[in-house]
Unconditional design. Structure first.
Length: 336
């Protein structure tokens, strides 16, 4: 049995992501939880003739009743994906979402700590730089934190990097891999264009404009949607790609699966400590290798160009602030 759970399943990302997970034949059970409309989405997807049995759950109507919906959705989970929370409107930063989304993510993480602490957890809700540490701190408070199984999803940055560089290099964008490290907001997004595969030599101007476009790709969509939210469809594809990598490594035992994700650097002491020595942070989006039980290796940062090194230096203070804000939010929460 491979149970996938989506928390925030009725939203702009949640619905297409649920569809893509329903089409993933490794999944045998798909549990959809949201505060609205999840039974409807589940009924709709349930008519698709793929193996996964789909169920939808809501929280209780009465204010202080136990949340059996969340409990039943989470129990027995193999992988949990969280796109619950509000998206940006034009003029907002991802950090502006902290006020609302931090509490949503904290409460869902508390449910995970209680009902499915051994699952793989993928965080999409923004600001990812802070929400990932929030989940880790909740799990730590319940003594169930496994850094090898917690992932801030930054795959959309890699998807964009493949698309945008393909437009210039002429390579098929499906074959292009660009590591994008650091974090998931503006200047904390660090595309390592010198490490592009297949290799390509960009001009200085191309590096400047591609870097800027990858860093602010999210804003491009927010602007185009003009108040109706942020990236949903491309995010669903990116989330499904990352979830599939986890499923291939953990269920099918495919070895040395390589992705990039925003992780706690304790997930691999060796590689993690090397990055820590450079950046002085506990969380960083890095190239990782996946195995049956999660992260097996974090690749250190090596041979950065002077330009990439300047991007890294510019990212660190904001990333530190985002991480500290998430950690403090849980440390100072006396209810937990
Ligand atoms: N990591 C990434 O690369 C990306 C992250 N995002 C983020 O994903 C989040 C979701 O975006 P959208 O799907 O566009 O928003 P949306 O508003 O369309 O959907 C969010 C869903 O979460 C649900 N929700 C709210 N509170 C909840 C709770 N306590 N428990 C369960 N569900 C709850 C809502 O009912 C709604 O269905 C946003 O924070 C957005 O910034 C968006 C794009 C890319
Ligand atoms: O820009 C946003 O707010 C949503 C997001 O994280 C992205 O599209 O990368």
């Amino acid at each position: 049995m491979v149970k996938a759970v989506i928390l925030g399943a009725a939203g702009g990302i949640g619905q297409p992501l649920s569809l893509l997970l329903k089409l993933n034949e490794t999944v045998t059970e798909l549990a959809l939880y949201d505060i609205v409309n999840s039974p409807g989405v589940a009924a709709d997807l349930g008519h698709i003739n793929t193996p996964a049995k789909v169920t939808g759950y809501l929280p209780p109507k009465e204010k202080n009743a136990p949340n059996d919906g969340l409990k039943n959705a989470l129990t027995g989970a193999h992988i949990i994906i969280i796109p619950a929370g509000v998206p940006r409107k034009p003029g907002m930063t991802r950090d502006d979402l902290f006020k609302i989304n931090a509490g949503i993510v904290r409460d869902l993480a508390t449910g995970i700590a209680q009902y499915s602490p051994k699952a793989f957890i993928l965080i999409i809700s923004n600001p990812v730089n802070s929400t990932t540490p929030i989940v880790a701190e909740v799990l730590k408070k319940h003594n169930v934190f496994d850094p090898k199984k917690l992932f801030g999803v930054t795959t959309l940055d890699l998807v964009r990097a493949s698309t945008f560089t393909g437009e210039i290099s002429g390579h098929d964008s499906r074959d292009i891999r660009v590591p994008v490290v650091g974090g998931h907001s503006g200047i904390t997004i660090i595309p390592l264009l010198s490490k592009i595969s297949p290799s390509y030599s960009f001009s200085k101007e191309q590096i400047d404009s591609l870097t800027n476009r990858i860093q602010y790709g999210g804003d491009e969509v927010v602007k185009a949607k003009d108040g109706a939210g942020s990236a949903t469809l491309s995010m669903a594809q990116a989330g499904a790609r990352f979830a599939d990598a986890i499923l291939k490594a953990s269920v099918k035992g495919e070895a040395r699966l390589i992705e990039v994700s925003y992780v706690h650097l304790d997930a691999d002491k060796d590689g993690g400590d090397k990055i820590r020595a450079t950046v002085g942070l506990d969380y960083f989006s890095s190239t990782i290798e996946l195995g049956t039980n999660g992260i097996t290796k974090i690749h250190p940062l090596e041979n950065l160009t002077a330009f990439e090194d300047s991007l890294l230096k510019a990212a660190i203070p904001e990333l530190r602030e985002n991480i500290n804000k998430g950690v403090a939010f849980i440390k100072e929460d006396s209810k937990l």
